[in-house]
Design a protein around this ligand. Structure first.
Ligand code: GLA
Length: 723
């Protein structure tokens, strides 16, 4: 997979090739990333022409064709001639802000590197790791570029380790995880943006001169922009064109920036956001960036997405839930919000269990004085007014279902015992009163003592009864970020230390409760990122449970993240976020575009609706592997304003497929459309919903007349099975 030849490094995956080369001045140049090629030294593609107004390194002497400003760089520097987006910025104790990196050495190993305290893809001998050592000689700083290659998945991971080898202090002002120059130019930039209840909406525009960036400075990866972006050729669609997906395995401040420079060759950088970031390295200390991962697809978005999905399922989401079937859950939040007691919960459980639900999740409101947003967070003990006898008394009333609970460990309300005892544990800067968000403050999770206290309190709860699931929520953005434990010149570390603290606590939970299923959440999908998936196999996708809005949210999410990661529930109508009425059938079909569960008071449903639910749950369980692990195809885009949105899952052996379709705003006299199914085996013959006999090639190329539902927001599922 990885070939190293006198400073030339070629990384081959199943469909792609990536190449870099240390040149005559030991600058590591990026020479190629694209469809798989046989090899050779591609540095002949680099044009050396006189670059007036672009500085030349001192050792280039009179060679005016050699400038860092115009050469494609593998890991860009700053202050020494490259004016484009920097990947590394060092502040030395003499006050200089430069970084000048030259190739020194490399190491090739079998297997995949790990990153201490950070999420990372994992695996065995199917991986190879290349470490390239770059050195800033004057600063005495070593930079290791780590590359993990997973051939079968076209996955190339990257991370960077920066080590201070000098006897002086060095400060990092910027340290990206990934830098990628695109000498071919002419690309579109795709980002996934939105807001609370409107996360990860697909946006595409041509890369234009200057810098365009998305990111977060909220302390979480955010509802507003996702740490996953795509660069692609203008002709790229689901099945054609060259596209490059780049994802950051990180749950805090990030920046994905694209710069179109004077040569119209875009550069992408991805990593921790430089806002209020700095990291002090004492002599001998090192810093590791979060991991980034790349997949290039020469054949459009579907192939890229499917490769990400497979890599996430098999090499990021950890056991036991990587392959194990997850329970169909019932959550009480939309049914009760804070207003419940044991008998109300038991009544919901009594209605849910006979319909096939397997896990009861008690959401916010079970602890402390938690009757509204205003109080209780931080007090992780059961509210016995609501739940007399505690969890021990409630668990047996759940009709044999497993038991899950909601927590929000990073937060505190001022009206809480915790805050009254430790007001200094919440983020606040000297002489300033902190901003509130959802009436709560954020605990300083960069502090071990704060984390330990919360963890011990949670353990007492989790050890009382068998809790098999925890929903870990996080309901506000960070402000007033200042830690009492760090000196003034190291406050730039707090945002990142907060994320490391979060990962540390989630890892402890995983270790101490090995069978526990963790679901991530942050006001819906405000921390829906690949970093979180390393700890939590599923993440609540959005507080917006309206099936029609969800089409757009789940569509955007699917470009990177697998169905098995996307928390999706059927909830009551009219919908709590937008008041829309949608049938139970359609709500179920859309929730099967994710982990699938219910979040409503089933006692408020009719006998007919309960019958629909019973069938949905049975159907989901029967086709679990196909739905959750099948190859995913977006058949239409909900952004196209067409008559329907459709998607499909195909089993890896291609003997089964499920097409789901939801109508939009129908217009009379729509032209007849046949649905062309994707990914089937052309040589097999399929039954559709148990009927007929259609050759796979016919279904894929000629299609199937659609049993078009009558009316807005109706749905159909077509199950294809090889005869
Ligand atoms: C957030 C979550 C919801 C619910 C509430 C409880 O908004 O996204 O699912 O848990 O908090 O307060």
């Amino acid at each position: 997979m990885i070939l190293c030849d006198k400073g030339l490094f070629t990384l081959h995956t199943k469909h792609t090739t990536y190449q870099m080369k240390a040149d005559r001045h030991k600058v590591l140049l990026h020479t190629y990333y694209g469809p798989r090629i046989s090899g050779g030294d591609l540095s002949y593609l680099i044009q050396y022409t006189d670059r007036s107004f672009s500085p030349c390194p001192n050792e280039a002497e009179a060679d005016r064709t050699y400038s860092l400003d115009t050469l494609p760089q593998e890991f860009s520097t700053c202050g020494v001639g490259d004016y484009r987006l920097p990947s590394l910025e060092l502040e030395l104790d003499d006050g200089s802000h430069l970084a000048d990196l030259r190739y020194a050495d490399f190491r090739l190993e079998k297997g995949k590197y790990a990153l201490e305290g950070l999420p990372a893809f994992f695996g065995g001998s199917e991986w190879e790791t290349l470490t390239i050592l770059l050195r800033d000689t004057a600063a005495e700083v070593d930079v290791e570029l780590l590359y993990g290659v997973l051939e079968e998945r076209d996955l190339i991971t990257r991370a960077v380790r920066i080590c201070n080898r000098s006897s002086r202090t060095v400060k990092l002002c910027q340290a990206a995880s990934l830098c990628l120059d695109f000498p071919q130019g002419n690309l579109d930039f795709i980002t996934f943006d939105g807001a609370h209840a409107k996360e990860r909406c697909f946006h595409r525009s041509p890369v234009r001169p200057g810098v365009e960036s998305v990111g977060s400075v909220r302390g979480t990866s955010s509802h507003h922009h996702n740490p996953f972006v795509i660069l692609c050729t203008p002709d790229a669609d689901e099945d054609h064109g060259l596209c490059f997906g780049a994802v950051l395995l990180y749950s805090g401040n990030f920046q994905a920036a694209v710069e179109q420079n004077q040569l119209e060759t875009p550069r992408l950088t991805l990593g921790i956001h430089p806002y209020h970031f700095s990291w002090t390295l004492a002599p001998g200390e090192s810093f590791t960036t979060p991991e980034a991962a790349l997949i290039c697809s020469p054949d459009g978005f579907t192939q890229m997405s499917q490769q990400f999905h497979r890599a996430f399922r098999d090499h990021l989401i950890r056991d036991p839930y990587a392959g194990k079937r997850r329970p169909v859950l019932i959550n009480n939040w939309e049914a009760t919000e804070f207003h419940f007691d044991a008998s109300k919960l038991a009544a919901i459980a009594r209605a849910a269990a006979p319909l096939g639900m397997e896990l009861f999740v008690m959401d916010d409101g079970w602890f402390g004085k938690r009757d509204s947003d205003f109080s209780g967070l931080g007090d992780w003990f059961v509210n016995e007014d609501k739940l007399p006898g505690g969890l021990e008394a409630l668990a047996p009333q759940l009709e044999g279902m497993d038991f899950g609970i909601w927590i929000e460990p990073e937060m505190v309300n001022e009206d809480s015992e915790l805050y009254r005892a430790h007001p200094d544990w919440a983020f606040q800067a000297p002489r300033r009163a902190p901003a509130r968000g959802r009436m709560q403050l954020v605990l300083d999770f960069s502090r071990q003592d704060v984390r330990d206290h919360i963890y011990q309190a949670l353990r007492k709860v989790l050890d009382r009864v068998k809790v098999t699931y925890v929903k870990w929520d996080m309901n506000r953005s960070l402000t007033d970020v200042w830690s009492a434990t760090l000196p003034a010149d190291r406050q730039g570390e707090v945002f990142h230390r907060y994320v490391l603290g979060l990962y540390d606590m989630q890892e402890r939970l995983r270790q101490d409760y090995p069978g526990l299923l963790l679901e991530g959440c942050s006001g819906g999908g405000g921390r829906f990122d690949a970093g979180m998936l390393y700890y939590a196999p599923q993440i609540w996708c959005s507080d917006n449970t309206d099936a029609i809005d969800r089409l757009r949210i789940q569509y955007g999410t699917s470009f990177c993240y697998p169905i098995s990661a996307v928390g999706a529930h059927v909830s009551a109508v009219p919908n709590a976020q937008n008041g829309r009425m949608v049938s139970m059938e359609t709500r179920g079909v859309v929730a099967m575009g994710g982990t699938f569960g219910y979040e409503m008071d089933l006692n408020q449903t009719s006998e007919e609706e309960r019958e629909v639910i019973r069938r949905q749950v049975a159907f989901f369980k029967e086709h679990y592997d196909l739905i959750q692990r099948g190859d995913y195809y977006r058949l239409t885009s909900p952004l196209d304003n067409g008559p329907y949105t459709a998607w499909e899952q195909v089993s890896p052996d291609r003997r089964e497929a499920l097409v789901s379709l939801v109508t939009g705003n129908l217009r009379a006299a729509e032209p007849f459309r046949a649905l062309r199914v994707k990914g089937l085996d052309p040589a097999l013959v399929y039954r559709v919903n148990g009927e007929g006999a259609y050759p796979g090639d016919v279904l894929m190329h000629a299609g199937l007349p659609l049993p078009m539902p009558w009316g807005d927001y109706q749905s159909v599922q077509l199950y294809f099975q090889a005869i």
